[in-house]
Write a protein that binds this ligand. Structure first.
Ligand SMILES: Nc1ncnc2c1ncn2[C@@H]1O[C@H](COP(=O)(O)OP(=O)(O)O)[C@@H](O)[C@H]1O
Ligand SMILES: [Mg+2]
Length: 210
């Protein structure tokens, strides 16, 4: 609900209060009825659109008559959308934002966003991106179970101490990048913030924490 004045806001709150409805008050951001929707899948924004409210409407939602148009988001806006999704633990999520002089402002994160409007506006097959993401995730989950079983065997053999471990395996490539088995992460105990030196030559690779 949009309140045009203090008096309007005040009576709206009285009504919500009387109906025992929880409420959240936001500052009105003038954007000419335009908002931005970033569709996050995993740690990427896979599609984005600008939505414009139909004449006489302040909400840019497609179901409220708004029209969507594909748009390119800058890195900062993408980062904000991804951080919003991460902060609520959502891997698939549509983040609605308003462009303001202070930068992008998040108004809402949708956990079960519609696909039709944004697919049509951007011509990006978002359902396919979600399916591929879920497929990769499932593979990682099943690999993790396998790795945990292997780690348990190592532990039972008393081999998980300081001594370097040799793991004989095939390499798992994801979009021509190497995905190492989870056991490697467990043994090496690298953290995301660690700085490492990568030594690479043909047929040989080592990673060492600085
Ligand atoms: N603070 C605000 N200032 C200006 N416009 C807003 C504001 N909050 C929401 N809107 C507009 O109203 C639309 C709907 O709001 P939103 O919070 O996303 O709720 P929902 O999509 O659940 O109805 C937004 O997409 C945006 O166009
Ligand atoms: Mg919304």
């Amino acid at each position: 609900m949009f309140a045009e004045s203090y008096a309007a806001a005040s009576s709206m709150l009285d009504a919500l209060f009387a109906l025992k409805q929880p409420f959240l008050i936001q500052e009105y951001i003038e954007t000419g009825g335009v908002d931005v929707r970033a569709f996050v899948v995993g740690d990427k924004v896979v599609a984005s659109m600008k939505r414009k409210a139909v004449r006489g409407e302040l909400r840019a939602n497609i179901h409220a008559g708004g029209t969507g148009e594909s748009c390119v988001l800058d890195q900062n806006t993408k980062r904000i959308a991804i951080d919003t999704a991460t902060s609520i633990g959502a891997e698939i999520c549509a983040v609605d934002m308003l462009e303001s002089p202070k930068g992008p402002l998040v108004i809402e994160a949708n956990l079960s966003p519609g696909l039709q409007g944004i697919t049509k506006a951007t011509s990006i097959n978002i359902a396919d991106k979600i399916a591929k993401y879920l497929f990769e995730k499932s593979e990682i989950f099943s690999a993790r179970d396998r790795d945990e079983a292997t780690l348990k065997i190592f532990e039972d053999l008393g081999l998980s101490g300081e001594i370097a471990q040799q793991i004989i395996t095939n390499l798992d490539f994801r979009a021509s990048r190497i995905l190492l088995p989870k056991i490697v992460t467990d043994i090496a105990q690298f953290g995301e913030k660690d700085e490492v030196v990568l030594k690479v030559e043909k047929g040989k690779l080592s990673v060492e924490r600085i």
